[in-house]
Ligand binder design. Structure first.
Ligand code: GLC
Ligand code: MG
Length: 696
């Protein structure tokens, strides 16, 4: 076999020389002599390495030419020879061109795909797909009969959220608290107050809320004066002494400056233990934390982690504009310069240049956002951050809480503009309030709407009960996330408390500011205490006397009720992409009616919403809107007798407080020809050629 190998090598050498003789080869190689190292059996698996025979073969073109017979070009060419051929420019150049072309195309494809994905609107997250329902825990459902709502009570009523098609529930503060501000004065941020239950009850509730997301309160501005930190701070414990805002003062002159509390009177209180004054922007039992102290900031992060670890899905960050104060403690400018300084006692007396929205506030919020993002990485576990700040008159201040496209902050700041809705209820006014937000919201952000909460009167008390259904319809058909305060889905009314005084501390300084009226117990049924409490007839605030007609049980049976409307519209929104994520286009507004379209590119199904906020019946003429068909069928009206009505677009009739949803098919979309009247959130997915890339 060794001679066989020898012969094979000879043969190979012969063929090689033949090809070197070939004029083609010579043409390729300008030199007359080439030296080529060949190991013909170098890859022999038996040997593993070149054998002794496989020494370098010197190929001298001139010396071997005559020994060999010419054979057919390329036939039986060994690999080595082929390689020589393939190195010729005419093969090599096209090959290299093709190679680099392939590389370039692949890179271009990757780049295009990445760009398309980056530029494409993302799919909606859970907090964009359902209204947020606000539970005020004291008032929602009392399971143990002590007259105060509790965690087990909420658990008992989870079906209610399913009925309403609600996926996100914000549960007000349930932390351990002396309840001076009903839970917003926290004694221990990492414990549950016994009046609401235990930590086990909390964990059980969270576990039971399988398909629901739970949003909690985060209260970074202050603690209760009963908090351990405050006690250690007033005794000047070295670790805690700077946890709060302390300033020199005396018992006789306890006002280091003119700052006032939101609840009225000076925001300073003298502490005899420490012999200094501490700041409280709310009650004197709610000392303001010193967020400039890194230790306090770390405590806040620890609190966030504590609840995020338990699985809480988001936070409503309360009173954020108050979290930093100017360190110089200078007097704030008076609104009315002529007022005697000693008479300054209300928050409306001062411009809050040094006590609200201080520099550094947004850095803190961004840190908290970043912390929440650490917990958001698992699919479907996005943690929501909503901020609460009343800056009505300065919409640009509110918008800052959205962060920018570069730096993330809140997912949305609560939009409180619609709280002003009752002041001048008309189609134009509603459009104005809606537009205030849409116009000022940074590009690519997601809107939201609030019409009531535990701090503000219910819809019915301002706009009037007649307008509750049309306002709910507005919330559920606008783009963005709606917030519904408990009871608004049944049109609960504000409670008139005549002789009881105010349990709410805000009402003690100014009775008209009391928040008790909107905190009355949820009305579940016609039984005692409206079913708020099935064991006793106790309730911490009286139940509204209208509970026999305004309650969940009764309204479930009535297809025309506020509750039936809410659940229908909420379900419609969930199933109809144009309502969820489509374009929003203003169509018409006048003293009575506000009307808009919801449509989606690529879909011929669209929605026309006509809402009458006025005091009179209206006939709306939309004949100039060519994209809307002439004949329309009412899909849903707040007056259930009008479902299915056929209308001409030139004469759309609505009664005061009536809202209509019309679903129609039309070949043409409105938004392409009316860009200035239309809006779509860039965060929303809507059909485009690249739709396939962002299917949920
Ligand atoms: C938040 C709450 C409010 C409370 C205030 C002070 O803004 O919404 O109810 O009174 O904080 O704690
Ligand atoms: Mg503060």
């Amino acid at each position: 076999s060794s001679s066989g190998t020898h012969n094979e090598k000879r043969q190979a050498r012969m063929e090689l020389v033949t090809y070197i003789k070939n004029p083609d080869f010579q043409e390729w190689d300008g030199t007359k002599t080439r030296t080529q190292t060949i190991g013909p059996d170098g890859n022999d698996p038996e040997e593993g390495k070149p054998g002794p025979e496989s020494t370098a073969v010197q190929l001298d073109q001139g010396s071997v030419i005559d020994d060999y017979t010419q054979i057919k070009p390329y036939a039986g060419m060994p690999k080595e020879v082929l390689l020589l051929h393939s190195s010729k420019a005419r093969y090599r150049v096209p090959r290299e061109i093709l190679f680099w072309l392939t590389v370039a195309c692949t890179l271009a494809l990757v780049a295009v795909t990445a760009t398309v994905i980056a530029l494409s609107p993302r799919c909606l997250s859970w907090w964009q797909l359902s209204p947020v329902y606000q539970v005020y825990p004291r008032s929602f459902k009392d399971s143990d009969g002590d007259g105060v709502g509790d965690l087990k009570g909420i658990q008992e009523q989870l079906d209610h959220f399913e009925f309403l098609n609600i996926k996100s529930v914000w549960i007000g503060p349930v932390f351990r608290s002396p309840m001076k501000d009903f839970g917003y004065d926290v004694e221990d941020f990492q414990d549950i107050d016994p009046v609401f239950g235990s930590m086990q009850d909390f964990e059980k509730l969270l576990a039971e809320m399988h398909n629901l997301k739970m949003i909690m309160d985060f209260i970074p501005n202050h603690t209760s004066d009963k908090h351990r930190w405050f006690n250690l701070s007033r005794t000047r414990d070295p670790h805690y002494q700077d946890y709060y805002i302390w300033a020199d003062c005396t018992e006789a002159a306890p006002r280091p400056n003119n700052w006032v509390s939101v609840f009225g009177n000076s925001s300073w209180t003298y502490d005899p233990v420490r012999g200094q004054c501490y700041l409280h922007q709310f009650l004197k039992e709610q000392p303001d934390l010193n967020l400039r102290n890194p230790r306090v900031r770390q405590e806040m992060i620890d609190i966030l982690r504590f609840w995020l670890d338990k699985g809480v899905d988001g936070f409503r960050m309360g009173g954020v504009k108050y979290i930093l104060e100017a360190a110089h403690l200078r007097d704030e400018p008076q609104v009315d310069q002529k007022k005697p300084p000693e008479s300054i006692s209300s928050e409306w007396d001062l411009h809050h240049d040094y006590t609200t929205s201080q520099l550094g506030l947004h850095d803190l919020l961004r840190d908290w956002r970043a912390e929440m993002d650490v917990f958001s990485r698992e699919p479907g576990r996005y943690r929501l951050m909503v901020t609460e700040s009343y800056d009505h008159q300065e919409v640009e201040k509110t918008m800052m809480y959205y962060g920018s496209s570069q730096v993330k902050e809140g997912d949305f700041p609560f939009n409180f503009h619609l709280l002003d809705l009752p002041q001048n209820t008309s189609g134009l006014w509603v459009q104005h309030l809606v537009h205030l937000w849409m116009q000022n919201m940074p590009q690519g952000k997601w809107p939201n709407w609030v019409v009531g909460n535990h701090d503000n009167p219910r819809i019915s008390s301002g706009a009037g009960g007649l307008y509750v259904p049309v306002i709910n319809m507005l919330l559920l058909t606008l783009p963005g996330t709606a917030t519904t305060y408990y009871g608004e889905e049944i049109g609960m009314r504000t409670l008139h408390l005549t002789d009881t005084g105010s349990l709410d501390p805000a009402g003690r300084y100014n009775t008209s500011a009391s928040r008790d009226p909107q905190r009355s117990p949820m009305q579940w049924s016609s039984s005692t205490n409206a079913g708020f409490n099935n064991k006793t007839d106790l309730s911490w605030l009286p139940v509204h006397p209208d509970y026999t007609s305004v309650n969940v049980e009764v309204q479930k049976e009535d297809e025309g009720s506020v509750l039936s409307q809410y659940s229908f519209l909420s379900a419609l929104r969930q199933s109809e992409l144009p309502l969820q994520r489509g374009w929003f286009c203003y169509i018409q507004a006048d003293a009575n009616v506000f009307s808009y379209l919801r449509e989606l590119d690529g879909l011929d199904r669209a929605f026309l919403v006509v809402l009458n906020f006025g005091r009179e019946s209206a006939v709306t003429d939309l004949s100039s809107v060519s994209e809307i068909p002439n004949q329309l069928t009412v899909l849903f009206s707040t007056n259930h007798l009008h479902h299915g009505r056929v209308l001409q677009k030139s004469a759309i009739h609505t009664d005061p407080g009536e809202g209509l949803v019309v679903r129609f098919s039309a070949p043409k979309r409105f938004n392409p020809t009316h860009p200035s009247q239309c809006y779509v959130s860039e965060k929303a997915c809507y059909l485009r050629v690249v739709d396939i890339l962002y299917r949920c």
